[in-house]
Structures are given as C-alpha cells and as structure tokens.
Design a protein around this ligand. Structure first.
Ligand SMILES: [Zn+2]
Ligand SMILES: [Zn+2]
Length: 479
C-alpha cells in the first residue's frame, strides 16, 4: 500500500510504502522520519473518475438500458470508512493427528505439533448503514496509492459517512478471522495458541458515486464503486435528499490523526541518523545514542551491544533483538525462573554465566525484518533455547559499524514470546502441554540488544554461537 505526503522542505510529492518509518525526498534529497503512525491513521482512496466523466460514462451505460433512466445532475460522491487490519498470524496447534496406515489399514492417533502462519490483510465496513454492496476492500488498496485523509483534500460537497464501528469492535471482528481456513478435522487439538504480531489498524475512506435513477414504476439510488468504476447495487425507494438527511455526517468533528515528517538528525549531536527506512529505532553512530520517535519528538533508549571474540575476521553486522524477561502465569502457579521453566521444557540450555539475576526467564526475539514468517519463530526459538554469550562491548567507535533496523516494535515482542513459548513445548510432552494450555506470559523488563552477525555462504551467522538464518529471508537495510 502506497501513501502520498508532501515534502516539508521543498513541497514535492513523496510516495512511500505504508511500512516505512523513514523517507528520502527524491527532489531535495532530505531525509525525514514519519511521525504519527502510532494512532489509527486515516487514509482515503480518491475516485478514478471526475464527476463529469462519471456522468458521461453512466449516461452511455444507462442509454443502452431502456428500463432505467438517470436523473440528470443528481450525482453525489460519498466516502465510506473501512477498517483495515494488517499483521502476521502465528497459529500453534498441538494434539493428536489421526492417520490410517496405507499397508495395514490400521488407524492411529499420533502426537502432532504444527505451526500455521499467514500475512493478515483484512478490511470491512466501519459504517453500519446503508449497504453499499462492498463488504471488503480486497486488493483495491494495493492498486492505487492511499492518501492521508484530511478535510483539506475534500471539496466540501461530498458526503462522508461516519465511522461507527469502534476500534475495540474492529479488533474483535478481525480476531474472528485470524485462523480462517486453518481448521483441520484430522487433528484433535489439545493446546492451541493464536497471535497476531505487528498489527496495525487504520481506516480507509473509500469513494462511491451515488446516482438517482428512475425505473418505470419506482426510483432509487445507483451505487457505483468509485475505484473499480463498477455498479454495485441499487437502493430503491431512496433519493439523494432523503439519503443526505439520513446521514448525520460532520467531518469537522473528525479527529484527523495525521502523519508528519520530522528531520532525520540526532537531537543531541545534530548528525544525520543512518538511513534505515523500515526501522522504528535509530542509532546515532556519531554519539552512540539510540533514539525512538513518538509524536514528533525523539526519546533516548537504552540498548546493549554484544562483543565479538577478538579472533573473528568477518565483517560484522549488528542485528537487533528484544531481550524480554518474563514470568509465566499458569493455572497451577507462576513460573519465575529459568530453572522452573527447564523442569517443564528440558530442551532449554542451563546458563553458565552465573550472573546475579541471570536465572530469570528470558526470551530473545529477533527485531529485524524477516520475510519468511516461520523463520522468525525458528530463529527466536533457537536463541531462547541456547542463548549466545552475552559479553557486552563498550559503545565506542561505532562510526563504521552497521546496525540493522528495528522492524518489530517493542510492544510486539511479548506476543512473539508467546509464540516461542509454545514452540519450545515438545510435541510428546503431555504435562507441558497441559500446564501451558492456559498460560499467559507477563514481561517484567525489555531491552534492545544487538548481536554480531556475519555472512557465511547462504547464511547470516551469530558470531559467538553459530546460530544462523538464511540470508535470503532477511531484509537488510544496507549492504
Ligand atoms: Zn523535498
Ligand atoms: Zn548523535
């Protein structure tokens, strides 16, 4: 989905993908952070036809239909709001799988553990009335750039339907579709967990043309999809004036949560921050501070750098992880330490560093961008089962270091840790399965930590552990 904004330096049009955090203006070359994405952004799709084009085309179309006449000049543009939910779905199912032996015909139930994933992109009406004949935006949002919805983009003669479905209702409605199509009759599920990670909710105002039409014995409103230019349906016994009266729409009361561009420079030393378009956090390699942007201003954040053994000759790239300390609440009590968790999940390696407080339950969640959803869970699981050495290096001389962007927001790390927790449950382990069935993870602290990786053949490898991920599944911000 593409979004269009104006450059604050030169006024030029900047088009960018909705997932970006940072943009460069192709006219004046300035770099800016996109601020204001944390709320519910409002977007619009402009109609493809102008009013005159619409009138002209419809009169040709209806000219061939003797039964329907258009009521000249009774045409109106209506913007109807749709909720749009985007994110990654992780669905774990553990239980027994039914199988029939091909040779003997014997039936059996075997332990099974399966992860299903999908990229979730779901839209549905945020208005309740009337039925405009379009239940979802489908792939329409991919075909045209979305613009920020703002009253300055409207002429004042349009009707804007109010968004009556609340965010809470939208969340609940979306959640009902996360596992759509995942059901599997031959699997008897004993433990199930679904997480929507990295979710973003936005509202997209979609254009419809409404045209008064007259048939032999009745009249009504013809509804036309303003992007696909297709007739959706006819609402009989309704005309434009009664339609307008029935809508109490008033866009002047709409809260336009809007995107702003903020210069991409370190607020302390003034140097440019590295251009990592998809990153939510930014390290100033000049003064070594890390920044997070919120509501147009920067906040400094804590981070750690893991040292590389001195004999490592490879070119290092620092990859971000969220280091989350957590407790696991189960119906039978709280698991507080790594030792508690190891009793249940013996695959977790005991830590040998013996540091104070190092026995708390720890999750290491990759925060960089990984294209393949299953690889995210795989890498996170390996890091949690066998955490690499965590000798910290001093934050000095970072000018030449490469830092990969933080793609997974801090708030998302806990959802992902839940996915990893289930991932660590062995499929044959009944007791673990039972205990973790209604378990909830509660994080007590979370910190950004960068691990040193280097490229080896098809893989990116962590320098102190050899944990690796296929190079092709990682989206690197620079080479
Ligand atoms: Zn510019
Ligand atoms: Zn700085």
């Amino acid at each position: 989905m593409q979004i269009k904004v104006d450059c604050p330096q030169c006024g030029g049009d900047i088009f960018f993908d909705e997932e970006l955090e940072m943009v460069r203006c192709e006219y004046c070359d300035s770099t800016n952070l996109i601020s204001g994405k944390s709320g519910v952004p409002l977007f619009m799709l402009p109609p493809r036809w102008t009013e005159a084009e619409c009138c002209h085309r419809l009169s040709i179309l209806l000219g061939s239909k003797k039964s329907l006449r258009m009521n000249k000049d009774q045409l109106k543009l209506v913007y109807a709001p749709y909720w749009r939910t985007k994110g990654m779905v992780f669905h774990w199912a553990l239980g027994k799988r039914h199988s029939v032996s091909e040779k003997t015909g014997a039936r059996s139930w075997d332990d099974a553990k399966e992860l299903k994933t999908r990229n979730f992109d779901f839209s549905f009406p945020a208005y309740r009335e009337p039925d405009l004949g379009l239940d979802t935006l489908g792939i329409r949002t991919a075909a045209l750039p979305l613009q920020l919805f703002h009253h300055s983009r409207l002429s004042g003669t349009e009707i804007v339907l109010p968004a009556e479905v609340s965010l809470q209702e939208a969340i609940e409605h979306s959640n009902g579709f996360l596992t759509f199509g995942f059901s599997d009759r031959s699997l008897k599920v004993e433990l199930e967990d679904t997480q929507l990670v990295g979710e973003v909710y936005s509202i997209v105002y979609f254009p419809f043309w409404l045209l008064e039409v007259v048939a032999r014995d009745k009249s009504g409103l013809l509804i036309i999809d303003g992007v696909a230019n297709r007739i959706k349906r006819t609402i009989w016994e309704q005309d434009l004036s009664s339609f307008i009266e029935s809508q109490s729409s008033d866009i002047s009361t709409t809260d336009f949560g809007t995107l702003n561009l903020v210069p991409c420079t370190c607020p302390v030393c003034g140097w440019d921050l590295p251009f990592t378009p998809e990153s939510k956090n930014h390290i100033c390699t000049t003064c070594t501070r890390a920044w997070a942007e919120k509501n147009g201003s920067y906040t400094e954040m804590d981070y750690q750098l893991i040292a590389v053994q001195s004999d490592c000759e490879h070119a290092i790239r620092y990859m971000p992880f969220w280091n989350l300390k957590a407790q696991i609440h189960t119906p039978k009590g709280v698991l507080k330490t790594q030792t508690d968790l190891r009793k249940l999940l013996p695959a977790i390696k005991a830590r040998q560093d013996g540091k104070m407080g190092s026995d708390s339950i720890q999750f290491l969640i990759p925060a960089f961008k990984i294209k393949d959803i299953k690889s995210i869970s795989k890498l996170a699981t390996v890091f949690c089962l066998r955490p690499p050495e965590q000798r910290v290096r001093a934050k000095e001389r970072l000018e030449k270091e490469k830092f990969e962007g933080v793609y997974l927001a801090r708030e998302e790390a806990e959802d992902m840790a839940q996915v990893v927790l289930i991932s660590m449950v062995p499929k044959y382990h009944r007791r673990a399965r039972k205990l973790l069935k209604d378990a909830r993870l509660k994080s007590s602290s979370i910190q950004l930590v960068y691990y040193p990786f280097y490229r080896k053949g098809l893989y990116l490898r962590e320098a102190n552990s050899n944990h690796s991920i296929q190079h092709g599944t990682v989206v690197l911000s620079s080479d």
